[in-house]
Design a protein around this ligand. Sequence first.
Ligand code: IMP
Length: 203
Amino acid sequence: MKICFATNNSKKIEEVTAALPPTIQLVSLKEINCTEEIPETTPTIEGNSEQKAMYVYQNYNTNCFADDTGLEIEALNGEPGVSSAMYADEMMGSYRDSTANMSLVLQNLNKQAQKGNSNRNAQFKTVFTLVLDGQKHQFEGIIKGKIIDVPLGKDGFGYDPIFVPNGYDKTFAQMSLSEKNKISHRAIATKKLIDFLNKLNKV
Ligand code: IMP
């Protein structure tokens, strides 16, 4: 089957494509002539994921799914969470800049450490929303890990250089695509999506 993946993030497309069976072909936003920025204005990851998928379904009349992801850090009360993409924008005058976002996370964790809170536990959460023939279905993927002191690694994207998944001794950015794809939040959500489509005999 063909299905639109409602994202312009080439790294997300790369990860999801690598995890899909050849029977599922992704259609890009460009291919459906969707060139505008898709709104993501709700206060939750689930809400933004739904908003993006519904926007594409309603405006382009095509079955699709969207991904919204956040890094949730225990010592920061779940921040950056739904604000992960623009975490440092206000404080640092940046615009959706991963290096600035990671710096602000590390600064805020240092402040916590100075107050005696050295908890570095965090999780990535991805929520996929599939809109199939107008019906909405959500699939969640979570991976738990720790935030390290200094960014390490060049692969992956976003917050990958500061996140070490539990049970591993390297960051997501030090892993190959296939290593990250065995365990990641996005891989878990992708597997749930594939299983769902399989059950409907859509694959
Ligand atoms: P969004 O889901 O595209 O809104 O992404 C939110 C923020 O999380 C952006 O800053 C992304 O770079 C970051 N992000 C999304 N997925 C990942 C991931 O798999 N690893 C690291 N950072 C990610």
